[in-house]
Design a protein around this ligand. Sequence first.
Ligand code: DX5
Ligand code: ZN
Length: 215
Amino acid sequence: MPIIAPSLLSANFLHLEKDCQMLNESQADWFHLDVMDGRFVPNISFGLPVISHIRKATNKVCDVHLMIEEPEKYAQAFKDAGADILTVHIEACNHLHRNIQQIKSLGMKAGIAVNPHTSVELLKDIIADVDLVCLMSVNPGFGGQSFIPQTLEKIKQLKSIINNASSNCLIEIDGGVTLENANEILTAGADVLVAGNTVFKSADPKATIAALKAL
Ligand code: DX5
Ligand code: ZN
C-alpha cells in the first residue's frame, strides 16, 4: 500500500487545527510540510512556528520539505520544531553528503529532493545514505500544477539505482498527483504520494485519501 502524504500547503491556514484533525482521522500516513524561502523558489509559505504548532496537533509523521537556500543553517531548528523527516534540495546543497549526515546525526530521517531538470544519476553516490528521495513532478513553489509526464521515466531510473545499491530508500512523488495518474505513478515504482490540491480541494478529503490509499 502506498504511503499517503497530504501537503498542508493547500490546507486552510485560518483553520489549520481543523485540517490537522481531519488528517488525523483519515488514512493519511504523513503530514507533508512545504517550507519556502522566496529565494530557492519564487514563493514564501510557512516556517518554524507553524510547524511547531502542527507538531502538537498530530502524532503522525511530519515530513518537512525544505525549498530553501542553505538548509544546513536550519536543520537543528526543524528538529526542535518536530520534523521526523527532513528533505533538502540537491540543487541547494554544495556539500550534500555533509548535509545528509547532519540531518541523520540530529535523529531525523534524511531526504533529498530533486527538481524536474535534475538527473537522478546524480544520486548514485549518495543513495546508500538517504532514507527518501522526493522527485519533484512539478517545478517547486506552488500547489495545483500539472504533473510532468517525464517523471515516470525518472521513477524507473531511480528505482533501479536504489535496487542496485540494495537500499531501502523510499521514492516520494511531489506535485500534480491526482486520482487519475496515481496508479501509473505507483506502477512505475513510487512508494509515497504527496497530494495537496487533490486532497484539500476535494469535496470529501478523507474519502479522497482513502481512495489514494486503496490504489
Ligand atoms: C510544491 C510543493 C508540493 C505541493 C504539491 O512546491 O512541494 O508539496 O504542495 O501540491 P499539489 O499536490 O497540489 O501539486
Ligand atoms: Zn513538497
